[in-house]
Design a protein around this ligand. Structure first.
Ligand SMILES: Nc1nc2c(c(=O)[nH]1)N[C@H]1C(S)=C(S)[C@@H](COP(=O)(O)OP(=O)(O)OC[C@H]3O[C@@H](n4cnc5c(=O)[nH]c(N)nc54)[C@H](O)[C@@H]3O)O[C@H]1N2
Ligand SMILES: Nc1nc2c(c(=O)[nH]1)N[C@H]1C(S)=C(S)[C@@H](COP(=O)(O)OP(=O)(O)OC[C@H]3O[C@@H](n4cnc5c(=O)[nH]c(N)nc54)[C@H](O)[C@@H]3O)O[C@H]1N2
Ligand code: SF4
Ligand SMILES: [Mo]
Length: 721
């Protein structure tokens, strides 16, 4: 029996786990780690099934090569050589822009993704960079980039101290929180209420989170921006503003907000005008307050404007960068502090001329780039930890487009709806064979905290770690071939990092000798050495050895005000009225109010699900975790529907089982994404196939400033099936 401590990699809550393994390396129990200062023993059903997931017999163990419709196993050397050949053929004939890359969500949870995603993109030398971010939080990056100068400067609600939390389009009781790293989110919300605070949830569904709140308001999908404009209007109209930080554009926002009266906004969003006014008054009157909005408001037609308005309200009520308001975490490792203010739209996509955001093009236009002939047409694709056939808008079109690629390589543990189109699949090792540090999620934590988990089990001889897989792909992409040793890549990156740091005034190593610093670095692999270097350059005087000696994690304290440190705007002030967002109000003004009979589709999440890839773990599927269409019983009766319905949208059609429930507002239906398992060798998932929600979403409709996909507020019609 061995006990091991690990951070759970399955969601943003970063819970500490305590695993027990038998002599053969099988997980016999998974518990929350009571000694973790952040998660304090919390665990959810997903974390509890980590052992099952890790030992899933359907996970790939060796590289797979597709020849026609047949798969065969390959050695690692052979697989990398085929990748080198496949990519080289495409680049030689069609140029570098003809290779696209798609990085999926689990990259945000892995050291390999954090450390090698950037180098891989740079080595490919392509602007056809896509990721799950444009199906998720890109609106927040763009709004924060424009307001604070840095797209990664995303303030989080100070959950443990706030007196008032207005939550829009988030359901942490199912999702465990997002862009707000907070293990036991539910416990923290209950504590907020126990200390006399108030929680208000805005959602077209009365969710489990809403049930726990003081108040729940139904909002018409896709209209949170209108609701927030009504709040901003009221704050000015009733002279309730109390700006506590230096801003530019205050008068412009005051002037802009004039026309957006609560009465007019109520007609758009369905929240009564007097409720909008009351929300504004309560936010202003609370000793401290935080507005927090997540996926429901991001993956919507006015996603970026809504994210902007969230922080406008936080600024206007004096709650930006103060305890109890919204604050910026100070992680132990800061990946690339910006020097230049964020600029949007530096280049555009070839086919639809959509602007780049944060270095990426919208995944909503990936199919266009593959299907449309001409110079720069995408002919090859590299995916890492992504399943866009199920997760991207208009997924079935991508399913068809992928078939026409000249070459595709996927780094993924599963043969699934996306990777089945690959020529080569490179599977990363088991979770327990992988070191873990949360480079990105700890930047959005409600407490400053650090934890490193070394691998629990060794790699089989000859098997590369995911870091090595990505490093070798990077070497291939930079033209150095399949057999090049990737070790110098890490050393080059470390060297550059140290050189910059010794020359930076105020850095902990200012003026020191680079060679000496390099010699003092610790770590079994290049990835670990890079982490050690970053910790040593970070603000807490930490090191890899220091983290190793604290296997339960280290609490680095409550959030402290630090706006001056993160602000990177040209003016040196918070930009309250960035031009691209002000300009986008024109689009919002033109949208007609919904007709009473109109039906719109939204998504939802389930505690025992995780996008598309946990449906092969028996304890996590079944029960209430099913792919059904939630619908208000009034709509069922009005439309004369039975047990199933035919759902049609501009994007496509599906037949789905109905789940009538009073918890969803009339005129709204909800279907979870990540289902529609087909053509794969995942035996459990195949028995719970469900349908692909992204058959119905429409890749031609996006949030303009960010290029983000629109999953919520999709017009649909229903008829008996
Ligand atoms: N168990 C589980 N956890 C997960 C995931 C998972 O699939 N399963 N996925 C992870 C990922 S990738 C992410 S990004 C996070 C997301 O984390 P959350 O943002 O908390 O995601 P959801 O649970 O989908 O909650 C979104 C809520 O928005 C509501 N909504 C839909 N449309 C609108 C709208 O127009 N306005 C408003 N105000 N609300 C709306 C939905 O009804 C839903 O309750 O969760 C992560 N955690
Ligand atoms: N309709 C609708 N669509 C949505 C959403 C919605 O709310 N509604 N939500 C969107 C959101 S928020 C997101 S984040 C995206 C997610 O979009 P994606 O990231 O494209 O999809 P996932 O289902 O998370 O796929 C993750 C893939 O990574 C693989 N994987 C798991 N662990 C690892 C690992 O350690 N290494 C590697 N290399 N691979 C691994 C899995 O097998 C799976 O193939 O979906 C989006 N799609
Ligand atoms: S809440 Fe998230 S991090 Fe915590 S155990 Fe569950 S899946 Fe893992
Ligand atoms: Mo996500």
């Amino acid at each position: 029996m061995v006990t091991a401590h690990r951070t759970c990699p399955l969601c943003e809550a970063v819970c500490g786990l305590r695993l027990t393994l038998d002599g053969d390396g099988h997980v016999t129990s998974v518990k929350g780690d009571p000694d973790d200062p952040f998660s304090k023993g919390f665990i959810c059903p997903k974390g509890a099934s980590l052992g099952r997931l890790d030992e899933d017999p359907d996970r790939l163990r060796v590289p797979m090569v597709r020849v026609g419709d047949e798969w065969r196993e390959a050695t690692w050397d052979e697989a990398f050589r085929l990748v080198d050949q496949g990519l080289r053929d495409v680049v030689d004939t069609h140029g570098r822009q003809s290779v696209a890359v798609y990085l999926g969500n689990p990259n945000a949870h892995s050291m390999a993704g954090a450390l090698y995603g950037g180098p891989l993109i740079r080595a490919l030398g392509t602007r056809n960079v896509f990721s799950a971010s444009t199906a998720d939080q890109m609106p927040k990056h763009v709004s924060c980039g424009l307001m604070f100068g840095d797209p990664m400067a995303i303030p989080v609600p100070d959950l443990d101290r706030t007196d008032y939390l207005l939550m829009l389009g988030a359901n942490p009781l199912e999702s465990n929180g997002s862009l707000c790293t907070a293990p036991d989110f539910a416990g923290r919300l209950k504590a907020l209420r126990r200390r006399g605070g108030r929680l208000v949830v805005v959602d077209p569904r009365r969710t489990r989170t809403a049930a726990l709140a003081d108040e729940h308001l139904f909002v018409r999908p896709g209209t949170d921006a209108y609701l927030l404009l009504g709040v901003v209007h009221t704050l000015f109209a009733e002279d309730l503003t109390a700006v506590g930080v230096e801003v530019d554009g205050l008068e412009e926002v005051r002037r802009l907000a004039k026309e957006f009266t609560p009465q007019a906004m109520a007609r758009m969003c369905g929240v009564p005008a007097e409720e909008i006014v009351r929300l504004a008054r309560e936010l202003a009157a609370a000793p401290t307050a935080a507005v927090y909005a997540r996926i429901g408001t991001c993956t919507a037609e006015f996603g970026t404007v809504a994210q902007w308005l969230v922080d406008v309200v936080n600024v206007l009520t004096g709650n930006l960068d103060r305890p109890g308001g919204v604050m910026f975490a100070k992680p132990a490792v800061e990946t690339g502090r910006r020097r230049k203010p964020y600029a949007a739209g530096r280049w555009h996509s070839r086919v639809r001329a959509l602007p780049e955001a944060n270095g990426e093009l919208p995944v909503a236009t990936l199919a266009d780039e593959i299907e449309t002939p001409g110079a720069g047409q995408v002919r090859a694709l590299v995916t890492v930890a992504g399943n866009p056939v199920l997760s991207a808008p208009g997924g079935p079109r991508l399913d068809r487009a992928f078939r026409d690629l000249a070459f595709m390589v996927c780094v993924d543990p599963y043969l699934n709806e996306t990777t089945r189109h690959a020529n080569v699949i490179l599977p990363p090792p088991r979770v327990l064979q992988t070191p873990h540090y949360d480079f990105s999620l700890l930047s959005f934590a409600v407490r400053n905290y650090a934890r490193f988990s070394p691998p629990v089990l060794p790699l089989e001889p000859g098997r590369p770690s995911e870091a090595e897989i990505l490093a070798r792909l990077t070497m291939i992409a930079s033209g150095q071939g399949a057999d090049a040793d990737p070790a110098p890549l890490d050393e080059l990156i470390i060297d550059r990092m140290l050189r910059r740091a010794v020359g930076t005034p105020g850095s902990p190593v200012e003026g020191r000798d680079v060679a000496e610093l390099r010699a003092s670095l610790d770590g079994a692999t290049g990835a670990e050495r890079r982490l050690d270097a970053m910790l040593k350059l970070g603000p807490y005087d930490l090191s890899l050895a220091g983290l190793r000696s604290h296997p339960n994690g280290i609490d680095l304290g409550a959030l402290r005000p630090r706006l001056a440190e993160v602000l990177c705007t040209a003016s040196g002030r918070v930009e309250l009225a960035p031009h691209p967002l002000v300009a986008d109000l024109a689009r919002l003004r033109e949208r007609p109010a919904a007709r009473p009979t109109e039906l719109v589709l939204i998504g939802r999440r389930h505690l025992r699900s995780n996008n598309s890839w946990l449906h092969n773990v028996e304890p996590l599927v079944g029960g209430s975790n099913r792919c059904t269409l939630q619908i208000n019983p009034g709509d069922v009766a009005r439309l004369g529907l039975g047990e199933r319905a035919l759902v049609r949208s501009a994007g496509g059609e599906l037949v789905v089982p109905l789940e009538p429930t009073e918890t969803i507002m009339p005129g709204v239906v909800s279907l979870p994404h990540g289902w529609g398992h087909a053509g794969t060798v995942q035996r459990v998932a195949a028995g719970h196939a469900g349908v692909n929600a992204n058959t119905l979403t429409d890749e031609t409709v996006i949030d303009i400033p960010s290029g983000n996909a629109v999953f919520n507020g999709v017009p649909v019609t229903l008829s008996p099936a």
